[in-house]
Design a protein around this ligand. Structure first.
Ligand code: CA
Ligand code: CA
Length: 630
């Protein structure tokens, strides 16, 4: 528990109830040595504005405690909040300070800690995610239960843990993930992305006719609490430290767009414009075009940015400067406190654009190299590029250094579909890659085949392991940062049937007593081992392949379903060939000479076998990754 509950000392004869002496301060602590020395505290307590008056301050502010200067005090519409602008001295030492306010009738002391920043920042933590990484996405509640004692936590609104109900919480937690760090190493994974870990203290909510728990984490109720059912703050910190010790990075999932209606920002908002209010429930139109369309209407853009995702997720107005600062400081606080290496930002295309640039810049200022993936589920390459650094002449320029690349996902799925149309099948993948000129650095795009909001890819390919291997091959050899959704490597399947819970099942073996344990070779079927070994072999090879991780790309127009590209640099040349056609095919070596000059053979990186170019023939649905050799 980091949110410090401080005590209000009242030295008058005024009566105060016990609750009146409870107070929350956000951020709950800060650090010395931050590049931005400004800090805005949000103090929340009943009628706190009566106790901390608007100070009369000189231009330089007043010293408030050792190394801390008070620059201004802000009152807002709601008297339960006061905002303090502080400046931390460049030479301030770490330690606990007492911020003291003495006004007629009251004497208020707030204990506040300034910590020392981690010396490991940007060395073993807060590292950023790059194209050298292989990212694994999971829902902590659904991965593994390492601590059954936290499945139900007294005091939370939802007191259910029930694995027989797909909409209830199942008890998975940080400890469960930590217990499988060696599994990730074996698989070749270098970074873990967990769906949000912030407290979701809500009742089960009605969605699509079902009573759904906040097991997925997307319904925040207090930014400065990690959900205790996952292990709380200390469990998350222990998990992040254990992962970093193994050389595995952590990506945290942020939501700037909305909160749960149970969050105190919704039940007790500081200002009337904290939430984007509408006369009646108004959902966004989900059309990202409204943000960049040169002919777009202001009306459509407002509905897109300010509409409510669902009727129980109030939409935050990031144009309010106090709210913007709160969210920015929380992102910095989380990065420094837990050492997270990157941020996946949920519902990116629904947030105020300038705010997004501001929070990204503030994070990068403190943590150079930190990665920010915006989740922009979009319908065009232009739409994808718009939400990251790009080469387009749009009126607004986004600064996120990465993006979740939905277009490449759709193109990989299309390639696995084996359609032979001019713009379909593998041709869509070819065409999508050809449009990379709109990205400033497409190596930073996060590419994937599915996620927690989509049909599982193994079901999409009709449980055909050959077609899955085509996708896995592209995932791990195309430019970008590959992301795998948990369980794909052991052939977890399902489509969304009126609910996304069907694609969020428990990892088999993650709970004590599970009849099947797919974490182990012995617990997997032959086919599941084949899939696991394919991912493991290719991902572990990729780790040490400069061509696959940071090299250039040359692709050739697909010919009768045979798609060939090269990844190369000064050290290495890799050929990737996939036969999505109906007949066996030989690579068209005579057309590849600009990349194959000087080579006559290749080493198959999956089998280790060395083959001369001439002896290679691919059956339908067969693919090959080969390192060229003399
Ligand atoms: Ca548990
Ligand atoms: Ca919004």
């Amino acid at each position: 528990m980091k949110r410090i509950i401080v005590f209000l000392f009242i030295i008058t004869t005024l009566q105060a109830s016990a609750n009146d002496s409870l107070m929350s301060v956000y951020p709950s602590n800060w650090w010395v040595g931050m590049k931005n020395r400004n800090l805005q505290l949000m103090i929340r307590s009943k009628n706190i504005a009566e106790i901390i008056p608007v100070y009369k301050l000189s231009a330089n502010g007043i010293p408030l405690a050792d190394g801390i200067t008070l620059k201004s005090v802000h009152h807002v519409e709601n008297p339960n909040y006061v905002f303090l602008d502080l400046v931390i001295a460049a030479n301030a030492k770490p330690g606990i300070r007492v911020l003291e306010f003495v006004v007629p009738g009251y004497h208020l002391r707030i204990q506040y800690e300034l910590m020392a920043k981690s010396k490991e920042d940007c060395k073993t933590r807060a590292l950023g995610i790059t194209s050298k990484d292989f990212l694994y996405l999971m829902i902590p509640d659904r991965f593994s239960n390492g601590d059954p004692s936290n499945d139900v936590v007294p005091g939370y609104r939802d007191q259910t843990s029930d694995r027989t109900n797909m909409w209830a919480r199942h008890g998975g937690d940080f400890k469960g993930i930590e217990n499988h760090l060696d599994y990730f190493k074996q698989l070749g994974v270098t970074a873990l992305w967990l769906t949000p870990i912030i407290e979701n203290n809500t009742d089960r909510m009605e969605e699509g006719g079902n009573k759904i728990a906040g097991y997925h984490g997307y319904w925040f109720t207090d930014h400065y609490e990690v959900d205790k059912r996952l292990g709380g703050d200390s469990g998350y910190l222990a998990f992040c430290n254990a992962a970093h010790k193994k050389g595995i990075k952590v990506v945290q999932d942020a939501i700037y767009n909305h909160i749960s209606k149970e969050h105190f920002f919704a039940t007790d908002p500081p200002t009337s414009d904290w939430i984007n209010n509408w006369p009646k429930f108004t959902p966004p139109n989900h059309r990202e075009e409204t943000l960049f369309d040169p002919y777009g209407s202001a009306y459509d853009k407002k509905v897109m940015l300010d509409g409510w995702f669902t009727d129980h997720l109030p939409d935050l107005n990031q144009r309010n400067p106090f709210l913007a600062t709160f969210l920015i400081q929380h992102a910095i606080w989380s990065t420094e406190y837990f050492g997270v290496d990157g941020w996946r930002v949920d519902t990116y295309k629904y947030c105020d654009e300038q705010f997004l640039n501001n929070v990204n810049a503030a994070l990068e200022k403190e943590f150079p190299g930190i990665t920010i993936f915006g989740e922009a589920w979009v319908n065009s390459v232009i739409g994808n590029a718009y939400f990251t650094q790009n080469t387009m002449g749009a009126a607004f320029k986004h600064n996120a250094n990465s993006v979740i690349d939905f277009q490449t996902c759709f193109a990989i799925l299309s390639g696995m579909g084996l359609s032979q149309g001019w713009t379909e099948g593998v041709n869509k993948l070819y065409m999508t890659m050809a449009q990379d000129l709109v990205y400033k650095n497409p190596l930073r795009n996060c590419i994937f085949m599915d996620n927690h909001d989509m049909d599982r890819v193994y079901s999409v390919v009709d449980e055909d392991l050959d077609r899955l291997k085509l996708g896995l091959t592209w995932l791990l050899t195309l430019r970008g940062i590959p992301q795998l959704y948990y369980g794909t490597e052991v052939l977890m399947k399902n489509k969304k049937t009126n609910t996304d819970a069907t694609v969020r099942e428990d990892f088999p073996g993650g709970w004590k007593g599970d009849p099947v344990n797919r974490f182990t070779t012995a617990g997997r079927t032959a086919q599941e081992n084949e899939a696991f070994n394919y991912v493991s072999t290719l991902a572990n090879y990729r780790k040490n392949s400069s061509a696959l991780t940071t090299g250039k790309t040359t692709q050739f127009i697909p010919f009768r379903g045979l798609y060939t590209y090269f990844r190369y640099d000064n050290r290495q040349t890799i050929i990737v060939i996939a036969n999505t056609g109906n007949n066996s095919a030989k690579p068209r070596w005579n057309t590849y000479t600009e990349r194959t000059a000087g080579f006559t053979k290749l080493k198959n990186v999956i089998t280790g076998q060395t083959l001369t170019f001439d002896e290679i023939e691919l059956k339908p649905k067969e693919c090959l990754v080969g390192e060229l050799v003399n």
